[in-house]
Design a protein around this ligand. Structure first.
Ligand code: PHE
Length: 343
């Protein structure tokens, strides 16, 4: 019996010693298996219980239980301790210092085309116009038919169109918005419609298959060509400065009568002639005219009572002049080195 007492005391001592070195939960588990497992040291000693007398058994049993619970307590204490340390270590490792300066790029800037659209829109808002937007995927009847450009009309040829099918296309001009607006609202009307338009043009320094227009439409009683000229002069001066003048050249659009193309004093040379205006002193910026009576009729507006004017401003042209951009492609490449110059 004293043999077993000694063995138990020895195991306990050995156990305590190995516990001193425990650094993580895996090591603690190894010790548990070595001492308390099925083939563990304590289990092996207790196998010898059968050889003890009836008196001896409870005495040794008591000691053995004490040793067992000593081991179990020590193990669960140490497990709790190393787990807490492991967790604290993990937290330290994953800590995020929110005060470290960010490596992210700074805020962007407005695109020059949007800047131009905003500037132009501001001018017309100041003149009492409202803003409307319409679909880029448009019906043939709005883009052409109701604007007096029927199938086979030569005006269609100048606008090489991206068709989805016979009736649906990418709009080639924002003029379809004239119809959409007049179908839904009755005069007096004073609206601008900025937006993207598409034509099957090859990309070069001055052409792009996607570009922007701002359509303008005014319909009321007694609107005249004089109102159109006055409004466009005011627009030109507000955008490019007081000295800017406009020049009207007769033109043809099927949906306006009379029709004009409108030039502005060259923004680079002020009219003397330079490389930007090709020696002309003028730069073409928009098309305009008096809304054709048949277009009014197409929208159930009586041309005997109402008249109106419409214009379509080329945004790219205007933006390039306003901000000194010499190649239209720069507007679509989205090179940050270019865009950052407009901050
Ligand atoms: N839609 C015409 C174009 O794209 C411009 C225009 C608009 C002409 C409004 C007259 C009136 O060329």
């Amino acid at each position: 019996m004293s043999n077993m007492k000694e063995s138990l005391a020895g195991i306990r001592e050995e156990f305590d010693k190995s516990m001193e070195a425990v650094k993580d939960s895996a090591a603690a588990e190894q010790i548990r298996v070595a001492f308390l497992g099925k083939k563990g040291k304590l289990t092996q000693v207790l196998r010898g219980m059968g050889e003890l007398t009836a008196e001896e058994r409870p005495v040794i049993g008591k000691i053995a239980n004490e040793v067992r619970s000593h081991m179990e307590n020590a193990l669960s204490d140490v497990q709790a301790k190393v787990k807490a340390e492991e967790r604290a270590h993990k937290l330290r490792r994953e800590v995020i210092d929110v005060t470290v300066p960010s490596s992210m790029k700074g805020a962007g800037a407005r695109h020059p085309l949007n800047m131009a659209i905003n500037e132009i829109s501001e001018i017309f808002l100041g003149l009492g116009y409202s803003i409307a937007e319409g679909p880029e995927v448009e019906l043939d009847k709005y883009n052409f038919e109701l604007l007096r450009i029927p199938e086979g009309h030569p005006a269609r040829d100048t606008q090489d169109t991206f068709y989805f099918n016979d009736n649906v296309l990418l709009r080639t001009q924002t003029s379809g918005m004239q119809i959409r607006i007049m179908e839904n609202q009755k005069p007096p009307l004073k609206v601008i419609c900025p937006g993207k338009v598409y034509r099957s043009d090859a990309l070069d320094a001055t052409h792009s298959p996607v570009f922007h227009q701002i359509e303008g439409l005014v319909v009321d009683k007694g609107v005249t060509m004089g109102d159109l000229v006055g409004s466009l002069r005011l627009f030109a001066k507000k955008l490019f400065g007081e000295k800017t003048e406009i020049r009207l050249r007769p033109h043809h659009f099927p949906f306006t009568e009379p029709s004009v193309e409108v030039d502005l004093t060259c923004w680079k040379c002020g009219g003397c002639g330079c490389n930007v205006c090709k020696g002309e002193g003028w730069i073409e910026v928009l098309g305009a005219g008096m809304v054709h009576p048949e277009v009014l009729k197409n929208c159930n507006i009586d041309p005997e009572i109402y008249s109106g004017f419409a214009f379509g401003i080329g945004v790219e042209r205007t933006a390039m002049g306003r901000y000194g951009i010499d190649d239209i492609r720069l507007l679509y490449e989205n090179d940050v080195r270019f865009l950052e110059q407009f901050k």
